[in-house]
Write a protein that binds this ligand. Structure first.
Ligand SMILES: Cc1cc2nc3c(=O)[nH]c(=O)nc-3n(C[C@H](O)[C@H](O)[C@H](O)COP(=O)(O)OP(=O)(O)OC[C@H]3O[C@@H](n4cnc5c(N)ncnc54)[C@H](O)[C@@H]3O)c2cc1C
Length: 373
């Protein structure tokens, strides 16, 4: 192995944070390591709290350049727009093409765009990802809360964990200023958090309604015009800003590599985390589709993949055997409702309250501290 063997990590996602922090191990094994990403890592676990005013933008983000450079690698701030797999070259939005020997993709996901007439042309539509967009929304809302006589009216589309967290934290932002927003949540499902126990959904709906959230369930938004979100039963909800929390799907780039992929799940990978027909291309996190045991699009899976990806990249350099990633069937998730309370969910068990939120704060803080310079 020569010292010019080039490993490029595309995307500063969860698994790549671990590889970047430990890049010295790859360099010791004879590689050059480059991390390429358009900007900072934004941590989704703290995104709703950041929207609600509990965390600052710097609490919720990390500089990946400091991480990789501290470990002896190189950072390029750019975006991959195309990959020539045969020539092993990446084409970038701004810079010159880059050659690679091994490639790892940790590109994240995008919000699944709902079919709502008028929404694509509209201003004031905020997908839940990328997370830095939520920070811009917060800044805009805070300036209205501080200075404007009238407040913008808001709607959140989606009644899953992301939609309820974001709606609850928009309420918190306005509660901080003592000026309640007019805010609605719309969901096509019959109940909030439809994959969680019914008792958890009922508790949550009661609590959010008490805080002033209008909840429209079993309702689909079909059109957006003149500041009104039109539902399938003809009801109109006032909305100057709309937050889309309609589920996460794979980024478009994963469909353009001439490799096996699924338009929603992402790039097919084996348990060793490389693509089935090209073991020089690895993919992890939300952009990867582990065909034999698909996992949900959650950061926690990327975190677990980090050490396995690092091991397998080193194994590739040393011609050693790969480790396999097996996603866990159950995992703890804790939702942040922005009022000091959370809801912990573990399989069929759930418990709400301040202790759940305290636990979440500690876990999130520990994760971010691991990668701060
Ligand atoms: C509001 C919200 C809250 C959430 N809360 C939680 C939670 O509490 N717990 C949980 O487990 N999951 C949560 N999720 C889901 C979570 O966001 C995703 O599962 C997670 O971010 C996926 O991580 P990743 O490592 O795959 O990619 P990401 O962390 O999204 O990172 C992808 C990286 O790739 C970069 N990138 C993208 N395209 C390119 C390109 N073309 N060239 C170069 N770089 C590129 C991006 O800039 C980014 O740095 C939440 C999602 C949302 C929207």
């Amino acid at each position: 192995m020569t010292d010019t063997f080039h490993i490029i990590l595309v995307g500063a996602g969860h698994a790549h944070l671990h590889v970047a922090a430990n890049a010295a191990q790859l360099i010791d094994a004879g590689a050059r390591v480059t991390l390429l990403s358009p900007g900072n890592f934004w941590y989704s676990g703290m995104a709703s709290g950041m929207l609600g005013g509990e965390y600052s933008d710097s609490d919720d983000s990390l500089d990946p350049a400091a991480l990789i450079e501290g470990a002896g690698g190189r950072f390029i701030r750019d975006r991959v727009i195309a990959i020539d797999r045969n020539e092993r070259v990446l084409h970038l939005a701004k810079g010159d093409p880059l050659s690679f020997d091994l490639l790892s993709l940790n590109l994240g996901s995008r919000v699944d765009s709902p079919t709502i007439s008028g929404i694509e042309e509209a201003q004031g539509v905020w997908p839940a990802k990328p997370i830095d967009g939520l920070y811009q929304l917060r800044e805009l809302l805070e300036s209205a809360l501080a200075d404007s006589a009238s407040l913008p009216r808001l709607a959140v589309i989606g009644g899953g964990p992301t939609g309820v967290e974001l709606a609850a934290n928009l309420l918190s932002l306005s509660e901080r200023y003592g000026r309640p927003f007019d805010i609605s949540l719309v969901s096509a499902s019959k109940r909030l958090l439809e994959h969680s126990p019914r008792s958890a959904s009922a508790w949550l709906a009661r609590r959010l309604r008490r805080r002033g959230l209008r909840i429209e369930m079993s309702a689909s938004a079909v059109a957006y015009r003149q500041g009104q979100l039109v539902l399938d039963d003809g009801m109109q909800l006032p909305a100057d800003h709309i937050v889309l929390a309609t589920g996460l799907v794979a980024p478009l780039l994963t469909g353009e590599l001439d490799l096996e992929h699924h338009p929603h799940h992402g790039l097919a990978v084996t348990p060793a985390l490389h693509t089935p027909y090209d073991d020089r291309i690895f993919a992890v996190g939300d952009c990867a589709w582990l065909k034999d045991s698909p996992y949900p699009k959650l950061g926690v899976f990327g975190v677990r993949q980090g050490p396995i990806l690092l091991h397998n990249l080193i194994a590739h350099l040393r011609n050693e055997s790969f480790k396999s990633f097996h996603p866990q069937r159950r995992y703890l998730s804790i939702l942040n409702f922005g009022d000091g309370r959370g809801m912990a969910l573990w399989g069929h068990f759930w418990w709400p309250g301040r202790l759940a939120m305290k636990t979440k704060r500690r876990l999130d803080h520990d994760f971010m501290q691991r990668y701060r310079p």
